[in-house]
Design a protein around this ligand. Sequence first.
Ligand code: RNT
Ligand code: ZN
Length: 417
Amino acid sequence: MKEVLVKEAYRIAKERYAKVGIDTDKAIEALENIHLSLHCWQADDVTGFENPDGQLSGGIQATGNYPGKARNMEELRADILKAASLIPGTHRLNLHATYGDFGGKFVDRDKIEPKHFKSWIDWGKEHNMKLDFNSTSFSHPKSGMLSLANPDKSIRDFWIEHTKRCRAIAEEMGKAQSDPCIMNLWIHDGSKDQTVNRLYYRELLTDSLNQIFEQPYQNMKDCIEAKLFGIGAESYTVGSYDYYLGYGVKHQKIVTLDTGHFHLTESIADKISCLLLFTPEIMLHVSRPVRWDSDHVTIMNDDTLDLCKEIVRCKALNRVHIGLDYFDASINRIGAYVVGSRATQKCLLQALLEPIEILRKYEAEGKLFERLALLEEDKNLPWNAVYDMFCLKNNVAVGEDFIAEVEKYEAEVTSKR
Ligand code: RNT
Ligand code: ZN
């Protein structure tokens, strides 16, 4: 993209936004301070390094067999760095427990230790990427339909032990990066058909969580992720939204909102202000459900825009952690990373550029036509010139130029795998 054009368009946009009281330089600065948590699992379809031939279980599915998926840690790291080089700003990396550096040996989930993540910590430091973490209860012989809510004590204890160890690993990560590691806990527990024991499994999960969270930590934060249903677990999910909302409020834990984990007409944006009032912080898994929790690549649609606007309108950027969670195996995986991350940033930027003071003044004065009119005109303001400037400032390909870069990496690297 011609630099002079980007600069000229930005000059005009800056003036246009000034008319509605918005400083575009400040919006760029604010966007630079938002660090997305990039999900490591987009590069290899949630395979991990524990058992590269293992099947993905737990009611989630990566569909497609586009060539070039990362087959080992070196490839995964290279792909993540490539993707990050096309996403303006500095970002975090969200690791699952199955992505440890196990040195070619099988290390069972109840045996993982901080040492298995030492090379990730070093790598993160080297590349200016702070780490977040996730326990992994799926894709394992003991996963079944129930993990932390399993009536079989030995299985439940196995997963409790795993999750406790994950918290200890997250604590080490947080300490090493002098910034809390956000640890997400999602389990697939549920049942395909009707159960007559809804309360019982939830009691078991509560007991497991209480044991897991017994140990306090300073350098990690706990998140609990709710879900509506999974494939093969359509009739009942132990960790439903009502369940985790209750647990989160009672025990002051962070509730993770995955945008694919609700009824499709439910507004995730509307949940932000509620959680902010009753839970300490919020974790997001930004995704795109198409007809179900399909984990399509995030795009700049109304759902993502509404969500970002709510965060900014609530002045809650310092209390909301923004992670991505989608896995599309049917297109170039690095491209998918970049499209979803840039789309999220574009939504955040539009939120930061909203003439909120004028809108709120209209609302306070009962000028409802004016409020509606400005909301509509806001959609027409040249936010895209501001995003282009943001890319230019961060030395990242502007606009569609990144497509050629992804293609080049495909030709030179991923197509040879
Ligand atoms: C599954 C949840 C969960 C996973 C990752 C891999 O529905 O969204 O967050 O996608 O942990
Ligand atoms: Zn998720």
